[in-house]
Design a protein around this ligand. Structure first.
Ligand code: HEM
Length: 452
């Protein structure tokens, strides 16, 4: 029965979870378990109150740690802040945060503009692309440049490829299932790739150490900062955080940008208004920081895209001590899942929740636990300011030069495993100045957003 429930669930997890809430209310147990530590099934808790309980108390609700083969490079790469708990987490966060303060992030704008310009120069009107791939290359270029000070198409190529391979293997279910001692098993390949990443990042750190004063990238900053008591990051922590920041910093933004372009292409009126706003303010130029703060519709569009399609749609936490969630008494080791996606679709918080209405952001101001694309509390996304600026710059630049049309009858299928994404987003790039129109599309997407 549990297996059957699980198969049914994974045929369309988004619909299954929506149904779970409709049938069982804001807090319930799933009928099957994905984790040995929650033999009775994971508890799903939805809405601002549960978000607050789970996200504000990082002592009780712990981050899940991955379990790569022990004592290997693969395990050492999981030294990044997102996997840590307790004092070690707080200490690493203190060391990382300064590199992501507004002032520092403003300094990355120039790199973001340059990388976006390169992408736009490669495109031409009439070209058909899979937008998720294009946005992934773009955001990879941006993190490789801002994190490491490298150029993706020059010296950053090798590291970019290694990290992509690592990401694919880390997300591979097979890596956790196929025994590690088989030759060519994914787990073995993960260890081998991790070793090469360790060597490459270690070399990069050595080069940076020689010229730390001139460098402004995130890794150089992490190498310079220290705690009040003088503690600095160890090399192992630097390598772990470099890998983690790469992982956390580009696929999320790539998906958010793809969803924003999709939504705009399906809402020609909003697209036209946004183009007017952007052109009126920027007159064909890349934005300055000051100008970005005046683009209110652009901000509404991004907020609304992140509301409807939050790249991280569900997260689970493990409880470290007995705790009551709703009417469930959980013991240490059990898991609880909260949902950004389902919270953002609650009609009490967002009337007509399935409609894309950027203008709603002119009059609403949700609390930190009602709107959680970047999570909230002591583990809130460190890169939120970075990501918001990146998305604004990219959209403001793309829309001044091109229009985007989702191709007629395209199958747009939202799926989520780790991130909420569409594998295919077939888009035709059109010259600016073309009248904005939209075509009919297919796929489960038509159930997830009203395309009237
Ligand atoms: C649209 C883009 C992004 C979204 C939607 C997003 C969302 C999130 C969310 C929901 C979390 C909490 C995860 C959890 O509790 O398990 C998180 C954590 C984190 N994010 Fe982001 N993120 C984005 C971009 C970025 C960028 C660009 C960076 C850095 C370059 C970044 C770095 C981090 C880090 C380091 C954490 C871990 C914080 C901690 O555990 O204390 N993120 N992000």
């Amino acid at each position: 029965l549990a297996l059957w429930e699980m198969i049914k669930f994974f045929r369309d997890p988004l619909v299954s979870l929506q149904r779970q809430v409709a049938n069982h209310g804001m807090v319930s147990r799933l009928d099957f378990t994905l984790s040995r530590s929650s033999p009775q099934g994971i508890v799903l808790a939805i809405g601002p109150e549960y978000n607050q309980q789970v996200l504000s108390d990082s002592k009780v609700f712990h981050a899940l740690s991955p379990s790569p083969p022990p004592d290997t490079a693969a395990q050492r790469l999981t030294q990044g802040v997102v996997y840590l708990n307790g004092e070690h987490h707080r200490q690493q966060r203190r060391l990382i945060m300064p590199a992501f303060h507004k002032k520092e992030v403003d300094g990355y704008a120039e790199d973001m503009i340059a990388v976006t310009q390169q992408l736009m120069d490669r495109w031409h009107p009439g070209q058909r692309v899979n937008m998720i791939e294009e946005m992934t290359v773009l955001t990879m270029g941006i993190v490789i440049k801002t994190l490491f000070g490298l150029e993706l198409d020059k010296n950053g190529h090798a590291l970019g490829n290694l990290l992509e391979e690592w990401l694919a293997l880390s997300n591979s279910i097979l890596a956790n299932v196929v025994p590690q001692n088989l030759p060519y098993s994914p787990a073995r390949r993960l260890v081998a790739v991790s070793e090469r990443i360790e060597v490459t990042v270690r070399e990069l750190l050595a080069q940076k150490r020689a010229q730390l004063d001139e460098s402004r990238d995130v890794m150089s900053m992490l190498m310079k900062t220290h705690d009040e008591d003088g503690t600095q990051m160890t090399d192992a922590e630097l390598i772990g955080n470099a890998t983690l920041l790469y992982l956390a910093g580009h696929e999320t933004s790539a998906n958010a940008l793809t969803w924003a372009l999709f939504l705009l292409s399906q809402h020609p009126k909003v697209m036209a208004d946004l183009v007017d706003e952007v052109e009126g303010e920027l007159h064909g130029n890349p934005p300055t920081i000051e100008q970005l703060s005046r683009l209110k519709l652009l901000e509404g569009v991004i907020n609304e895209a992140l509301r409807l399609f939050p790249p991280l749609s569900f997260i689970s936490k493990t409880v470290s001590q007995p705790v009551r969630v709703g009417h469930y008494d959980l013991s240490a080791g059990e898991s609880v899942m909260i949902s950004h996606f389902l919270t953002h679709r609650l009609p009490d918080l967002y009337p007509q929740p399935n409609r894309f209405m950027p203008e709603r952001w002119f009059s609403i101001d949700p609390s930190p636990y009602e709107y959680i694309p970047f999570s909230a509390g002591p583990r809130r996304c460190i890169g939120a300011t970075f990501a918001m600026m990146e998305m604004k710059i990219v959209l403001a630049m793309l829309l001044q030069r091109y229009r985007f049309l989702v191709i007629r009858n395209a199958q747009v299928q939202a799926s989520f495993l780790f991130l909420l994404r569409a594998r295919q987003m077939p888009i035709e790039i059109q010259a600016a100045g073309q009248p904005v129109r939209r075509e009919a599309i297919r796929g489960n997407i038509v159930n997830l957003v009203e395309l009237t």
